[in-house]
Design a protein around this ligand. Structure first.
Ligand SMILES: O=C(O)CCC(=O)C(=O)O
Ligand SMILES: [Mn+2]
Length: 265
């Protein structure tokens, strides 16, 4: 039987603020928290046992209903290996719209992916900023300097403040509409070192972000990433889980995603 323990920390009622826009899917279950709160170390712990089929959610030994699972922000432990996920739906606050507008004028380019020796366009536009070259899909991508983008410097500072981590690179993805997507992968390249923290900021269209244990067959999660949100994957998440951004053919709106990383060498 394939299963994993899932513990997540949700906000207490007094910490809940305004209305929320994310949902978390485990197996076939859909948990739609209705309110949001800042991430805090004092959040109570909810543990979930996620199986491929029925999902159950427990807090203090009591089973919770979907309605009780309130709290837009969460801290989660995905498994017994120490794979962590944190989500803050309103990270950008009132800056979200202006960040999106400013990021639209980054020097976006069309990346290529090699399949059986032939080059294809990636289903998204990209650009990359930082201090060190980025190795990806057997290619080396040279970074643009931080000084070229004050908006990225501003977002990076806030992400570092929020996470307590320092990052030296950001991969920027522009999904022009729902046809653009990213397939299953984990960000486990050696340059990130063991147990890397990846901080992901979403601006623009809300999209589903899927996680699966191993390479599939185990637990699955779906987090709906809101405009202005911050998702942080850390601990063993890149070792033990894969993630993807599935295609949504009907979606016409664009989304920009920034993944802040720390390159070691
Ligand atoms: O667009 C996203 O939310 C995912 C991006 C991602 O996984 C990556 O850049 O490695
Ligand atoms: Mn990734």
């Amino acid at each position: 039987m394939v299963h994993s323990n899932f513990k997540t920390q949700l906000a207490s009622a007094s910490q809940l603020q305004s209305s929320l826009d994310y949902s978390l899917v485990i197996g076939r279950g859909l948990f739609r928290p209705r309110q949001q709160a800042p991430i805090s170390d004092t959040l109570p712990t909810v543990s979930m046992v996620a199986r491929r089929k029925p999902a159950s959610v427990k807090q203090g030994g009591h089973r919770l209903s979907q309605e009780q699972l309130t709290g837009g922000a969460f801290h989660g432990i995905l498994d017994s290996n120490g794979s962590f996920l944190q989500y803050w739906p309103d990270f950008a606050g009132s800056k979200a719209d202006s960040w999106l507008r400013r990021l639209q004028s980054l020097p976006w380019g069309q990346g290529k992916v090699k399949v059986f020796g032939k080059d294809y366009d990636e289903p998204r536009l990209t650009c990359y900023f930082g201090e060190k070259a980025y190795k990806y899909s057997n290619r080396i991508i040279e970074p643009l300097p931080w000084s070229r983008s004050p908006v990225l410097q501003e977002i990076k500072a806030l992400v570092e403040n929020m996470t307590g981590e320092s990052f030296n690179s950001v991969l920027c993805n522009r999904y022009r509409n729902g046809e653009d997507a990213m397939g299953w992968h984990s960000d486990n390249e050696q340059v990130y070192g063991p147990k890397p923290t990846i901080a992901s900021v979403t601006l623009g269209a809300e999209r589903d972000f899927d996680l699966r244990e191993g390479k599939g067959g185990g637990a699955r999660l779906r987090v709906r990433l809101a405009h202005g949100s911050l998702l942080v994957m850390s601990g063993a998440t890149q070792e033990c889980w894969q993630h993807s951004l599935p295609r949504r053919k009907a979606l016409k709106d664009e989304r920009i995603n920034l993944t802040f990383r720390r390159i070691m060498q």
